[in-house]
Ligand binder design. Structure first.
Ligand code: ATP
Length: 195
């Protein structure tokens, strides 16, 4: 089975792209969702996070997202620490999930695929890009957040040009693009790799 990594910075539209692959019958593992779930359910992970970031990381046994977000999105070292704790747990779950799939390929969707040094684990990597102002507008519209918050996240992620160099395919997802067609073509290409 081909393991495809799908990445792109905040607001690039990688989840939108992932949903289109799903509509073509390709299973997608959403690493961010899985990470959030595990931070709430995995006792091992919870104790590691509390030990690293303090007891305030959980309030009444519930992840204190605001507290953690403040720590990790303003300080890259904290972000790296959190990723180093969460990523191995997510990876374990992904390997198990893959073993349950039977399609010619599966997709692992993750904003920080390169940042977590995971690139070597994929047979094919797709990076979704869009210009920065478009991405900022999308996130402000989607999440009703401050421009500075989006910029902080963008600055904590790799630059598109560095991701592109290490990718097998790039989807330039400006608002004018016909994503359906782009995704269908890429789907055919990946299928052709599996025969
Ligand atoms: P995040 O890293 O925050 O999860 P993402 O890369 O997964 O972001 P999406 O959630 O897929 O991004 O897209 C962000 C917003 O932009 C969504 O509201 C989505 O509907 C919109 N969007 C994505 N692609 C396009 C497009 N081609 N044209 C118009 N809007 C788009």
């Amino acid at each position: 089975m081909i393991i495809v990594g799908l990445t792109g910075g905040i607001g690039s539209g990688k989840t939108t792209v992932a949903k289109l692959f799903e509509s073509l019958g390709i299973p997608v593992f959403y690493a961010d969702d899985e990470a959030k779930k595990l931070m709430q359910t995995s006792e091992i992970l919870k104790s590691k996070i509390s030990a690293t970031f303090g007891d305030k990381a959980y309030l009444n046994n519930t992840l204190n997202r605001a507290y953690l977000a403040d720590l990790v999105f303003t300080d890259k070292a904290n972000l790296n620490r959190l990723n180093a704790l969460v990523h191995p747990e997510v990876k374990r779950h992904f390997i198990n999930w893959v073993s349950q799939q039977s399609t010619p390929y599966v997709i692992y969707e993750n904003a920080i695929l390169f940042e977590t040094n995971s690139a070597s684990q994929f047979d094919f990597i797709i990076t979704v890009t869009a210009n920065i102002e478009t991405r900022i507008d999308r996130i402000i519209n989607r999440d009703n957040v401050a421009r500075q918050m989006v910029l902080d996240r963008i600055n904590n992620q790799w630059k598109d040009e560095d991701k592109i160099k290490l990718s097998d395919a790039v989807i330039v997802n400006e608002n004018t693009v016909n994503l359906n067609i782009v995704v269908k073509n890429l789907h055919k290409k990946i299928l052709s790799l599996s025969v």
